[in-house]
Ligand binder design. Structure first.
Ligand code: PLP
Length: 398
């Protein structure tokens, strides 16, 4: 019989998060599950005023098709911002504007991954990347990670064995989704050296980098290595509004050139309307101010979550959590004998939700872990939700 669906469709599984959302969205559930910005931070009035001005002064560009790689003036603005914030020495040709980072991941996969190609990534790692790499038939190998990020000693051993057929390293080096941890500068440099040695590309996916609450940022991997070996993904989803579906890729001109052709067949172009709104938001100085505002908000929420965990969680061996210096998430590790996948349903019974940690493991392990988001819920909800969760954890302790 003829097969109806393509092998990509057959391989693409619905994200477990989407499945769990059906339970999580029930009335009364305090959800620490999604990776959502706090809705009360959306700068509605500023966006309204920009749109009104835009439709008066630049309506044709906003409403017409645009270039596949993004509007030239917007890409130029992004270069200026990256030069100022990150010291990246790039030009507009190094940038492709995308429908946020998830499209960037798809574009990377379509451009580089043939079935059976190897990708190394952290354990745990971003579920949406695992999903897209899987759908293109990549062979993913998980590398242990700790408080400093990916364990480069373990990575080196894996590469000594599989390096020749490994095409990409995928990392989320800043306030990682899901762990909340940041890769040290030593590990970044080691990663760059290993990528050079084995002729691999590094994909640096960094949606949270700008949301640093304290401490000093290690240099971007892109800055350490240059554009030849690194593809960096950026998004406005966490720093402005995910509804814009706006982000960008920074890579060598050779790579952006090839990807632009692929992108043409995907969507012709990213919304020029949204690009112009974001550009104006940056030019008017609103973007920097908005980031400062959300940093303050999310720092407070992180503190409330950490304090509540300290206060309510039982003390027992093997139970601990991360203390991120920024971003949207922290990560909880339970004693090995507790199954967080099963515990999820008990938590839902108590009207509190998290995301199971196994979903972030490309090797299906991590069943004693889960991810907690602190940006979305109010401070009161965070306290109440942690209190409920602590009861559930306590009932599972031997
Ligand atoms: C590491 C990482 N990459 C990519 C994405 C995709 O986000 P978006 O497509 O909204 O930019 C997310 C979203 O949570 C993420 O955490």
């Amino acid at each position: 019989m003829k097969r109806l669906f393509s092998s990509v469709t057959d391989r693409t599984k619905s994200s477990i998060i989407r499945e769990l959302l059906k339970l999580i969205n029930r009335q009364g559930v305090i959800s620490f599950a999604g990776g959502l910005p706090a809705p009360d931070t959306f700068p509605v009035a500023l966006i309204q005023s920009i749109i009104a001005d835009l439709l008066k002064t630049n309506a044709v560009t906003a409403l017409q098709y645009g270039p596949t790689s993004g509007l030239e003036e917007f890409r130029h603005e992004l270069c200026l911002m990256l030069r100022a914030r990150e010291g990246l020495d790039i030009s507009a040709d190094n940038i492709i504007v995308t429908a946020s980072s998830q499209q960037g991941l798809d574009l990377i996969s379509r451009s580089f991954i043939d079935k059976g190609d190897r990708i190394v990534m952290e354990l745990p790692s971003y579920i949406g990347a695992i999903q897209v790499f899987h759908s293109y038939g990549a062979d993913m190998i998980g590398i242990k990670s700790d408080g400093e990020g990916i364990d480069t000693g373990h990575l080196e051993k894996v590469l000594a064995r599989y390096g020749k057929r490994t095409k990409l390293m995928y990392v989320v080096p800043d306030f990682q989704n899901p762990s909340g941890l940041t890769m040290s500068v030593e590990r970044r440099s080691r990663l760059v050296a290993l990528a050079e040695k084995y002729g691999m590309l590094i994909v640096e996916d960094s949606p949270y980098r700008q949301l640093r609450f304290e401490g000093t940022a290690p240099e971007m991997i892109h800055r350490i290595a240059g554009s030849d070996n690194v593809i960096s993904l950026f998004t406005f989803s966490k720093t402005l509004a995910p509804g814009f579906r706006l982000g960008y890729i920074v890579a060598s001109k050779k790579i952006t050139g090839a990807m632009t052709i692929i992108k043409q067949s995907m969507d012709l172009c990213t919304s020029p309307f949204n690009q112009l709104i974001a550009m104006e938001f940056i030019r008017r100085g609103y973007y920097d101010a908005h980031i400062d505002l959300i940093i303050n908000k999310y720092r407070n929420k992180r503190d409330v979550m950490l304090e509540s965990l300290e206060k309510f969680m039982p003390r027992t061996e093997g139970l601990y959590w991360t203390r991120p210096e920024g971003g949207l998430f922290l990560w909880v590790v339970l004693p090995e004998y507790i199954d967080a996948d099963r515990m999820f349903y008990q938590a839902i019974e108590k009207n509190v939700a998290y995301v199971i940690g196994s979903a972030f493991h490309c090797n299906n392990k991590g069943r004693n872990t889960f991810r907690m988001n602190f940006s979305y819920s109010s401070e009161d909800e965070i306290q109440e939700g942690i209190k409920r969760l602590a009861q559930v954890v306590r009932s599972n302790i031997r």
